[in-house]
Design a binder for this molecule. Structure first.
Ligand code: SAM
Length: 203
């Protein structure tokens, strides 16, 4: 029981969902989604839910951050469920909700993160791997983590990111670095391509 439940207070359930959608989430996450009055997430995440889900599906507005306090005010005292990709506490909406709504109002049900899945595919130890997100952030941050034989996981902004990263590394003397692009990890369309930063010809 969370502190919010113990005090009888309202609760917002944050459910991590992966590229494998409904099939990949556990019973507690399914029950939380089934019990929700409103379910919030990206249009892509909401489309992963089966027809049996009766709550109102509400796609995030853009921009999201300024709208979030109002959405919590309107729906957070009912049964509000928020979908997030992978682990909501890894570069996700979980920490933002904790800051705005208070951790005692949240129940977070994490899914496997993209970092865990990528390390599993590559055979890398997570504790020996640097993680850099370039989602809404400058890619130059990657350079600070570069080291001979270093291992870096970059959370891409979009399909153009690998080419941009290859160009950045090549321009700063790291053209011999091997890049591996891991797409749709854990989903039916999972894909992987590799090459050197120098002469990168893929997207
Ligand atoms: C805002 S971050 C959220 C990360 C997420 N909370 C997690 O646990 O992986 C979103 C970025 O994570 C990466 N990502 C998330 N899920 C992924 C997946 N299934 N396969 C590959 N990359 C993924 C992509 O780079 C995406 O742009």
């Amino acid at each position: 029981m969370t502190p919010g439940e113990a005090s009888g207070g309202p609760r917002i359930v944050v459910v991590g969902i992966g590229a494998d959608g409904w099939a990949g989430i556990g019973d507690p996450a399914r029950e939380a989604i089934r019990a929700a009055r409103t379910i919030h997430g990206s249009a892509r995440q909401l489309a992963l839910l089966p027809d049996e889900v009766a709550g109102q599906l509400m796609a995030w507005p853009s921009p999201l951050l300024p709208a979030l306090p109002g959405l919590i005010e309107e729906h957070g005292s009912g049964r509000m469920c928020v979908l997030a990709s992978g682990d909501p506490m890894l570069h996700g909406i979980g920490a933002t909700l904790a800051r705005i709504a208070g951790v005692e109002r949240l129940r977070v049900l994490p899914h496997v993160s993209s970092v865990s899945l990528a390390c599993a595919r590559l055979g890398w130890a997570i504790q020996d791997t640097s993680v850099v997100s370039v989602v809404n952030r400058p890619i130059a941050a990657i350079l600070r983590e570069m080291a001979p034989r270093g291992r870096i996981l970059v959370l891409s902004e979009d399909a153009a990111t690998p080419r941009q990263v290859a160009g950045l590394l090549d321009a700063h003397g790291w053209g011999g670095s091997r890049l591996t692009v891991l797409e749709q990890l854990g989903g039916p369309r999972e894909n992987r391509v590799s090459g050197l930063a120098s002469g990168w010809e893929l997207p």
